[in-house]
Design a protein around this ligand. Structure first.
Ligand SMILES: Cc1cc2nc3c(=O)[nH]c(=O)nc-3n(C[C@H](O)[C@H](O)[C@H](O)COP(=O)(O)OP(=O)(O)OC[C@H]3O[C@@H](n4cnc5c(N)ncnc54)[C@H](O)[C@@H]3O)c2cc1C
Length: 464
């Protein structure tokens, strides 16, 4: 039995060594950065650029007696976007407060399939980010010292029996890694649970997988270990200073001050910003799925339809003429869609989905029984073995943007408020973009961050 005193001494020694080590690394980075020799991560960034603001080497949070705590950054929302961004900001030496309203996640990160569509880049920018994203995921468990449940896998995109496989395959030709068209027989060899009569063929592409909640939790734990602070509370408003400036956040009776607020509140980001008179072109769907307990049946691939309807629906729901509807509850700009798909997590659980609805009220009522029946019909057409699996219907909100690209960086026209949301392909893109965002915040120019600015559309906003 180790005496208590020795144990306390060892704990203190370990803490001290970790603290010294982290500080040393941060100081070395700062010196390198000052000399301009830090690696330039921009796509075609200028290594000679001026540093706009030096990070503060995890400077102590200003929390004098009777005074409001003051952080370099406040991050609102602890899903995958907020937890990754908080971690990266702390790595840059900033003091960071992460505020999440739920003690266990309940948003899109909790219920996502966790697919890493690194094959799906279509431009120089998205191809580069996808390549960076998959590389980062391969080592993320090690970096964060927590299992993200990363696996290399296969995505099987089923082609309906009444569709023409060649025509469908052509619609995927523009991707960085175009999916390969395979016959019905080959598709059934890759995923033996598929009913051959339900398909005319399939498209197959390598596709990583993680457990999105495990990734967010891994980032959050690493953030806390690195000196970040987390607070469980609902941000009820953004705190406005004099003029066009956000100076912190309000959580009911508590107020937190910060020079920079990053809104990572997913689907609720728009309403939070709108309440501070800051309009952004960010939207959300109500996503519905069935989650099973761990089951014995084994799926070999992540199965999705080749003809997904979600992106078409999102484009129609964000046309300029319907944009104002998103600021009022009670609208549904487009009809709901069902993209019948399924993924199996490492522990054997299935997530079967997915219905997406553009209901503008985040709390709108949905008929769960009707939705569950529709999703079960959809998936058993393709995978009849799933007909009787036990499962529970769930819903959550998922943010998206007008052009499928995330909205990242400072919101033009208002000081001190930033956005990191609206990803259509978040799991693969969040890790590289969170680290680019944080490096950019520390003064490193980054063309990717500049291209994804929330100001990329001419926004007329009345922030007065
Ligand atoms: C069925 C399904 C399948 C999916 N499949 C994939 C896939 O294969 N690949 C992929 O990349 N993506 C997929 N996604 C999407 C992806 O999972 C989500 O888009 C992503 O996890 C969202 O992360 P987020 O941080 O933006 O939002 P969220 O996870 O929703 O996090 C936002 C957080 O902000 C908090 N918050 C909001 N307002 C406040 C406030 N005022 N104060 C404090 N906290 C607040 C919320 O509580 C929430 O925890 C899927 C989603 C679903 C539902």
């Amino acid at each position: 039995m180790i005496p208590l005193r020795t144990l306390i001494f060892h704990c203190r020694l370990t803490w001290f060594c970790n603290f010294k080590y982290n500080r040393l690394i941060l100081q070395i980075r700062a010196v390198l950065r000052d000399r301009g020799s830090d690696q330039n991560l921009g796509l075609c960034g200028d290594s000679q650029h001026k540093i706009r603001r030096a990070p503060t080497l995890n400077k102590r949070v200003n929390k004098g007696k009777g005074r409001m705590a003051h952080y370099d950054w406040i991050v609102v929302g602890g899903g995958i976007t907020g937890s990754a961004l908080s971690y990266e900001l702390v790595q840059q030496g900033f003091s960071v407060l992460l505020i999440e309203q739920h003690s266990t996640l309940q948003g899109g990160t909790r219920f996502g399939y966790g697919g890493l569509a690194y094959w799906s880049g279509t431009t120089e920018l998205t191809r580069q980010l996808c390549a960076e994203g998959i590389e980062r995921h391969r080592s993320l468990s090690q970096e964060l010292d927590s299992d993200t449940q990363f696996r290399d896998g296969v995505l099987l995109l089923t082609i309906r029996s009444d569709s023409n496989p060649q025509t469908i395959a052509r619609t995927y030709a523009q991707f960085a890694i175009p999916p390969r068209l395979v016959s019905v027989q080959d598709a059934c060899e890759l995923e033996p649970l598929i009913a051959p009569q339900a398909i005319a063929g399939a498209l197959v592409v390598p596709h990583g997988r993680v457990n999105p909640e495990a990734v967010a939790n891994a980032y959050a734990r690493a953030f806390l270990r690195a000196g970040g602070t987390r607070h469980i509370a609902q941000v009820t408003e953004l705190r406005r200073g004099d003029g066009l400036q956000i100076t912190g956040v309000v959580c009911g009776s508590e107020t937190f001050a910060s020079a920079n607020v990053a809104v990572c509140a997913g689907a609720l980001s728009r309403s939070l910003l709108k309440a501070a008179r800051i309009p952004v072109r960010l939207y959300f769907t109500h996503a519905e799925l069935i989650e099973t307990p761990p089951i014995d049946l084994r799926l070999q691939a992540l199965v999705m339809p080749a003809e997904t309807q979600r992106f078409e629906m999102e484009a129609a729901a964000t046309a300029a003429e319907v944009d104002p509807l998103w600021d009022e509850p009670g609208h549904e700009p487009t009809a709901p869609i069902l993209d019948a798909g399924v993924v199996q997590l490492v522990n054997g659980q299935l997530r079967i989905g997915q219905i997406s609805r553009t209901l503008t009220d985040p709390t709108a009522t949905i008929d769960a029984a009707e939705s569950e029946a529709a999703m079960r019909r959809g998936i058993t057409d393709v995978l009849p073995a799933l007909e009787t699996v036990p499962g529970t219907w769930h819903r959550c909100l998922v943010a998206f943007s007008h052009d499928r690209l995330p909205l990242i960086g400072a919101i033009p026209g208002v000081k001190g408020v930033h956005l990191f949301s609206g990803f259509s392909n978040p799991l693969v893109l969040v890790p590289p973009l969170a680290s680019r965002f944080a490096a950019h915040a520390a003064g490193q120019r980054d063309e990717a961050i500049e291209q994804l600015s929330p100001g990329r559309w001419q926004m007329t906003h009345n922030a007065t």
